[in-house]
Design a binder for this molecule. Structure first.
Ligand code: SAH
Length: 226
């Protein structure tokens, strides 16, 4: 399901942010192994150029990470697609994201009809993301906090996605995962990490799978109020 969004004429128009640029990105993603049509459709529909600064809008449909200020980045579309595919595999309903950033990954999940909860530690980024959710008519619940504590009041979640890299897995997040649930997270040192998918079985044991190498900004502690 792709949830209807409030789109502006320039979100579906021609030019660097239009349909042609998006179709090229979709071809690129397909060519690099993304096969889930629901994910490809969400990426085609959600206007990524509205999640970056206007000066970068013309590059929004390139398959690259882009700066979003405060030393952070909007993830590369391929990484968003890969992580989303890895989550959908568990047929989740309620999803927790750690690291809202621009709000793009959360918007993709919301467009897929999932109930999305997202946590961001940098106040200014969260405010920007909330504005975008509102402007696009997307239902996303968000919280300004250190995501390493998760969102215990709303747990358990069918899926958890961590979009910043920790040196180790966060125990609190695994605890907030429902039996049968899936957690997708980059884990490792700052230079490069392994994208891990962990599945919690009904008896609580964890099975881990390495989905390949990725490079994320670090998962940091505490909150920033600006
Ligand atoms: N999902 C984002 C990617 C943003 S980059 C997007 O689609 O744009 C990672 C984000 O994680 C940054 O915004 C960073 O501030 C945030 N982050 C890092 N450590 C965090 C923590 N402990 N709790 C919450 N957010 C965190």
């Amino acid at each position: 399901m792709i949830v209807p969004m409030r789109l502006r004429p320039d979100d579906v128009g021609i030019g660097m942010t239009g349909q042609r640029a998006r179709d090229r990105l979709i071809d690129d993603l397909r060519g690099s192994g993304i096969g889930d049509e629901r994910v490809l459709n969400a990426i085609r529909t959600v206007p990524r150029h509205r999640f970056v600064d206007e000066a970068l809008a013309s590059r929004a449909y390139e398959n690259n990470a882009l700066p979003i200020g405060h030393g952070q980045t909007i993830s590369q579309p391929w990484v968003v697609a890969k992580m989303t595919e890895a989550l959908l595999n568990a047929s989740p309903k309620r999803v927790l994201e750690i690291g809202t950033g621009s709000g793009y990954q959360a918007a993709i999940l919301a467009a897929l009809g999932l109930e999305v909860f997202t946590v961001e530690r940098i106040g200014a980024l969260l405010r920007g993301a909330r504005k975008r959710f509102r402007a696009l008519g997307l239902q996303v619940r968000s919280k300004h906090d250190d995501g390493r504590i998760g969102w215990p009041e709303e747990a358990p979640f069918d899926a958890i996605i961590v979009t910043a890299a920790g040196a180790a897995l966060v125990e609190a997040l695994l605890e907030q995962l429902a039996p049968g649930g899936v957690l997708v997270a980059p884990v490792g040192a700052s230079g490069g990490q392994a994208l891990l998918r962990l599945r919690k079985s009904e008896d609580g044991t964890i099975h881990s799978e390495d989905l390949g190498g990725v490079s994320f900004v670090p998962l940091l502690s505490g909150i920033v109020d600006r």
